[in-house]
Design a protein around this ligand. Structure first.
Ligand code: NAD
Length: 264
């Protein structure tokens, strides 16, 4: 344990279960002395998230659906009433119809395109509109993206297009909020088996491919992502904003990805 986040208060959005990237980040922040509140989506998740909150001594659990502006308002009103100001925010939220996370991108429907963009892209901007009003100088915000924004990855389809827009919004938010000393960054995580990832076609194959082709010859874990998040969320990252930090065992630098995984 360390004291990198001692005295800092923050909101972690997107915790579903103990496989969530948000959980890896929450554990790293707790270990560094942060005080946190969690949002989750829907009653069904409360019973899964409550014991996790207990484990880290988090007593504020807020049901927040980012597709509903009133729900975001209510969540931030609750945070403001509790703390006044915050020092960090994690947005670990994404969603698309899993029927369109396989096959051809060209077949994406308008309805799912708009829904994917709303939940996976606009929600970060919507959240930052509220967050900037209650963020202390030196505060740090973080979202999660994937390499499918930069290069075509099988089955990622409309989520790739959404992540490209999310990465662009990180740059624009960094510019807007930088004047107030607020930093905005993304982590581009390698593939990790989570609930959201289970919607992506052939995900096991993608994991194996990444393991065999990454410079580190392994996949990353939510704890790897948590440690890098700690760098961006704490004062260690004080000079870094608008950045997209790849926490992917180096996969994104490899030009010739040649090792196939024929047995799966
Ligand atoms: P996860 O399923 O644990 O988390 C996704 C979260 O999004 C869930 O908590 C879910 O409740 C929430 N969510 C969905 N719709 C919502 C809505 N309308 N309102 C509020 N919350 C909503 O999966 P994860 O893999 O930890 O995903 C977290 C983030 O990491 C996502 O943005 C995902 O795209 C990104 N990411 C994941 C991987 C991976 O391989 N798992 C890789 C790179 C980036």
């Amino acid at each position: 344990s360390n004291q990198l986040m001692a005295g800092k208060r923050g909101l972690i959005m997107g915790l579903a279960n103990d496989k969530s990237i948000a959980w890896g980040i929450a554990k790293a922040c707790a270990d560094a002395g942060a005080e946190m509140a969690f949002t989750y989506m829907g009653d069904a998740f409360r019973k899964r998230v409550a014991p996790l909150a207990d484990q880290l001594g988090v007593d504020t659990l807020i049901d927040c659906d980012v597709s509903d502006p009133a729900s975001i308002d209510a969540a931030f009103a609750e945070i403001e009433a509790k703390w006044g100001k915050i020092d960090f925010l994690v947005h670990a939220i994404g969603f698309s119809d899993k029927n369109e996370l396989r096959g051809r991108y060209v077949e994406t429907s308008r309805d799912n395109f708009l829904m994917t963009m709303d939940i996976s892209v606009y929600s970060f901007t919507a959240v930052m509109q509220r967050a900037e009003k209650i963020m202390n100088e030196g505060a740090s915000a973080l979202t999660l993206t994937y390499y499918g924004a930069e290069q075509v990855m099988p089955h990622y389809n409309v989520m790739g297009v959404a992540k490209a827009a999310l990465e662009a919004s990180v740059m624009y938010l960094a510019e807007d909020l930088g004047k107030d000393g607020i930093r905005v960054n993304a982590i581009s995580a390698g593939p990790i088996k989570t609930l959201a990832a289970s919607g992506i076609g052939d995900f096991r194959y993608i994991l194996k491919w990444n393991e065999l082709n990454s410079p580190l010859r392994r996949n990353v874990t939510i704890d790897d992502v948590g440690k890098s998040a700690l760098y961006l969320l704490s004062d260690l990252g004080s000079g870094v904003t608008g950045e997209n930090l790849h926490v992917d065992a180096g996969y994104h630098v490899v030009g010739m990805k040649a090792v196939d995984a024929p047995d799966i």
